[in-house]
Design a protein around this ligand. Structure first.
Ligand code: MRU
Length: 348
């Protein structure tokens, strides 16, 4: 890719993020040394997308404890728990965040006997491993997913499940990049994705950079575009997938899936196994983040709704498993019924 979403700088032990709130107008990298800055970056969507949030949080843990002067492991653990709790409270829906934080906490405990400085080293190594594994998962999702796309087809995607949302080439967009690399002639329609416009600002930017044929539409145009026969399949990412295959993803995904069903168009969900939450039986139990009203009442650089209006702003929705044609992971492709296929995939 022509940009780096998350970078660890070993020389001065800082973490650099591409500030996604300033895209597509400005490409600005910000470097952090304080985990509180990472907390703010996740909350304000400077870094966003389920896998990227997990990787950023892992580096946030490193930033949070690397200067610890704790005299015992118990005192160090208390500091670590505070850092983990602060980062865990940033965004509730993407399970990758909690998965990464738990992995960091576990590796600290496993190495407690070696002393605090050794634990700090191990935590850095673990965050780098989470980053590297995410990169590899993206690559394999692309390889498995590209099989589902035929040359000449047009793919509709929603939100941004690209390189900006991961430490690699993305999930949904990795499928597209891989198909393109294999020489398949494919086109993409990108929903703009109100209210924060991840489709317009981020997906369209990424695809234009990579030379993929992309057409931007407003969210409310998807039905008409499908009716006109312009879409062959839908490929989206996920923030959390329940054990039964219900998929939480960016608000509007459920609507796209219902439209796709009405037009007999397959819906593929591309996500790493770190997005699958086997502890949650169905999508009903997935916590849905509600974000600030200003995301809805402001647009185009000005206020677009009257003062005092009540706003409801859920950032995600849950697409029932029955609307999902396949779930593409780095381990392979799962099909309905997902309670069986996901269990097999996760235990394999
Ligand atoms: O609010 P965001 O921008 O973090 O939401 C992102 C999405 O919904 C993505 O589709 C999802 O995280 C998958 S990213 C590979």
């Amino acid at each position: 890719m022509k940009f780096t979403t998350i970078r660890w700088n070993e020389a001065d032990r800082t973490c650099t993020l591409l500030d996604q709130t300033r895209l597509p107008g400005e490409v600005v990298y910000e470097t952090y040394r304080d985990y509180r800055e990472m907390e703010t970056a996740i909350k304000t969507l400077k870094v966003r997308g389920a896998p990227a949030i997990g990787v950023a949080a892992a580096f946030g843990v490193v930033l949070g404890v690397q200067d610890s002067r704790a005299g015992s492991y118990a005192a160090f653990k208390e500091e670590l728990n505070t850092v983990v709790a602060v980062l865990a409270a940033t965004r509730p829906t993407a399970v990758n965040l909690f998965w990464a934080l738990e992995r960091m906490r576990r590796v600290a405990d496993e190495n407690a006997a070696n002393g605090i400085e050794a634990v700090k080293t191990v935590l850095t190594r673990e965050a780098l491993a989470i980053r590297a594994e995410d990169e590899a998962m993206c690559r394999h999702i692309g390889i498995h997913g590209a099989v589902l796309i035929e040359t000449g087809q047009t793919v509709l995607t929603h939100c941004n499940a690209g390189a900006l949302a991961t430490a690699g080439t993305g999930t949904a967009l990795s499928v597209i990049y891989q198909a393109h690399r294999e020489g398949k002639n494919i086109r993409v329609f990108a929903d703009e994705t109100r209210p924060v416009l991840q489709g317009a600002r981020l997906t369209a930017w990424e695809l234009v950079q990579e030379g993929i044929d992309v057409t931007l539409i407003c969210d409310n145009m998807a039905a008409q575009v499908m009716k006109e026969g312009k879409i062959d399949c839908v490929v989206v990412g996920a923030d959390r997938i329940a054990a039964n295959g219900d998929v939480a993803n960016k608000i509007g995904t459920y609507g796209v899936a219902v439209l796709a069903r009405a037009h007999d168009i397959p819906v593929y969900v591309a996500a790493p196994s770190t997005t699958i939450d086997m502890t949650i039986r169905t999508g009903v139990s997935i916590p849905i983040e509600e974000r600030h009203a200003s995301e809805v009442t402001e647009g185009l650089g000005r206020r677009t709704a009257p003062d005092g209006v009540r706003v409801y702003n859920p950032a995600f929705d849950v697409t029932p498993a029955a609307y999902v044609s396949a779930i593409v992971t780095e381990r392979g492709v799962a099909r309905f019924p997902y309670d069986k296929s996901l269990a097999a995939l996760m235990s394999g």
